[in-house]
Ligand binder design. Sequence first.
Ligand SMILES: [Zn+2]
Length: 120
Amino acid sequence: MLRIDRELIEFICQTAKNMHPDEFASFLREEKGVIKEIIFSPVAFFGKTGSIIDWNSLPLDRNIKGTVHSHPIPDSSPSKEDLYFFSKFGKYHGIIAFPYLPETLVFYSSTGEILRHEII
Ligand SMILES: [Zn+2]
């Protein structure tokens, strides 16, 4: 079970709302087993066709273990591109779907299986 900070979930919802109808994508950083922080990649592209992250721009930080991105449609299931992207990096990947509520945030493993999470 993943553990994620309540304030971070609110921040993710707010960021997704601000970026709508574009997507946003960023890395997730954890501290002592709790996902606590968003790290925006300096070479991320956000647009209607999807989000691209340049993995090489990622700071070397072993606490960055996952990603999160938004879907401007009410569907949080991963696309084919998402699944490819999930397989490249990280242990968990959140997708927050429109209308960007804590209930529309779903986490997936690197192979696309749903991971349960607990809000701390
Ligand atoms: Zn996606």
